[in-house]
Design a protein around this ligand. Structure first.
Ligand SMILES: Cc1ncc(COP(=O)(O)O)c(C=O)c1O
Length: 401
């Protein structure tokens, strides 16, 4: 007799971004020349000085369990980083190191959400937020943003939505944003913070793309705006994106003592701790600098500028200029209504057509809650971007011929 699966296992959907990347990767493995814009990780290698620290840790037998919340030297380094970069006072005791920012977010959701609590997510959104909220039996509630407001949530929209809800508990804010590339400015954050404080809504501020920011835009952590808002926010960050360390698995949460203490307890029963050598490597990443980060950031900025200019030169395609992260989200809705005999009606069908017929992998906007767009990741070489954009342009042109 087959074992009945839990309601969680039955409800959980596969990550649409990972499924699409896997399909593209299968084609690449079969020797098909696919230009892959689907990947959400830097195409650079982890900087040498960081790798060296990881290797040293293994050589020195730093290979055992550590304290569940992370080694104290690392939490001290994170605390110093928060002060230096974000002007945020946060004691090492109020920091929890986890296997990736993804793990940090679900730990916090487990800590603060009861069944039926509502978690507000501005849309378009990063795919995992929805699934994580559902995994803890809470309800995701979306607030649509669009190109006209530059994909930014505003305080008025937030307030109006909160007034319609029965158990609003958390707002997940992500700046710089995946998939839109927007960066929230101080003024908007102040207004959003004020609404959250008034309604006692905890903010989970996902700042994983903090260091990938362009046009001299300033990254402002909402937690840093006032002592009151700091006590109402859990800041989440990590090393995956800025340090090209996706496979090392380390993220962290910094926030109110009682939340972090309970979240650490949850982690102690689930993953125990982040692997010890990664912790040592990240300690080095946060306390030394060989210039690699800035070099990678500059490459991303060049690629972004080129890609977005090319996208906007395509007939009936428009794309906002992203100010951070490494994604562009062009509007392709014209082609959902104008595609002679191809019966393409949504962004997923468009991406499937582009992958199968034009060998270019991009992610349908529907994965992020918008059917009008597709997401390009420019974490790929300039050469690939040049060839890929040609294919994209030609693929769309073919639809209207
Ligand atoms: C917005 C956002 N938050 C968090 C993560 C997860 O990062 P980590 O590798 O640290 O788990 C990602 C990864 O794609 C992301 O895009």
């Amino acid at each position: 007799m087959a074992i009945q699966l839990s309601h969680r296992a039955k409800a959980i959907k596969p990550s649409p971004t990972l499924s699409f990347s896997a399909l593209a990767q299968n084609m690449i493995n079969e020797g098909i020349d696919v230009i892959n814009f689907s990947v959400g990780e830097p195409d650079f290698c982890t900087p040498k000085y960081i790798k060296k620290a990881g290797i040293e840790a293994i050589k020195n037998n730093f290979t055992r369990y550590t304290k569940s919340s992370g080694i104290i030297e690392l939490r001290e380094a994170i605390s110093a980083k928060l002060k230096r970069d974000n002007n945020l006072d946060c004691s090492p005791e109020d920091i929890l190191v986890s296997p990736g920012a993804k793990a940090s977010i679900i730990n916090i959701l487990f800590t603060v959400c009861d069944p039926r609590d509502e978690v507000i997510i501005p849309s378009p959104y990063w795919v995992s937020y929805t699934s994580q909220v559902e995994l803890v039996d809470a309800h995701p509630v979306f607030i649509k943003t669009n190109t006209s407001n530059n994909f930014k949530l505003n305080a008025k929209q937030l307030e109006e939505k909160i007034e319609t809800l029965s158990n609003p508990k958390v707002l997940i804010l992500n700046s710089p944003n995946n998939p839109t590339g927007i960066v929230y400015r101080r003024k908007s954050l102040e207004k959003i913070a004020e609404v959250c404080l008034r309604h006692n809504i905890l903010i989970i501020s996902d700042e994983i793309y903090e260091k990938l920011i362009y046009d001299r835009e300033e990254h402002v952590s909402i937690a840093s705006l006032s002592p009151e808002i700091r006590d109402n926010t859990v800041l989440v960050n990590g090393v995956s994106k800025a340090y090209a360390m996706t496979g090392w698995r380390l993220g962290y949460a910094a926030g109110p003592s009682d939340i972090i203490k309970r979240a650490s307890r949850i982690q102690s029963h689930t993953t125990s701790c982040v692997n010890s050598m990664t912790q040592r490597a990240v300690l080095t990443a946060l306390t030394e600098d060989d210039g690699s980060l800035e070099k990678m950031r500059c490459q991303f900025e060049k690629r972004r500028t080129y890609l977005v200019k090319e996208l906007n030169s395509i007939e009936h395609v428009t794309c906002n200029l992203p100010k951070g992260a490494f994604y562009a989200l062009p509007n392709i809705s014209y082609y959902l209504h104008n595609n002679n005999n191809k019966s393409i009606t949504n962004s997923a069908e468009l991406c499937e057509y582009l992958l199968l017929e034009h060998k270019i992998a991009i992610i349908p906007g529907s994965a992020f809650g918008t059917n009008q767009h597709v997401r390009f990741s420019y974490a790929t070489s300039m050469e690939n971007i040049k060839e890929g954009i040609k294919r994209f342009k030609y693929g769309l042109q073919c639809l209207t011929k």
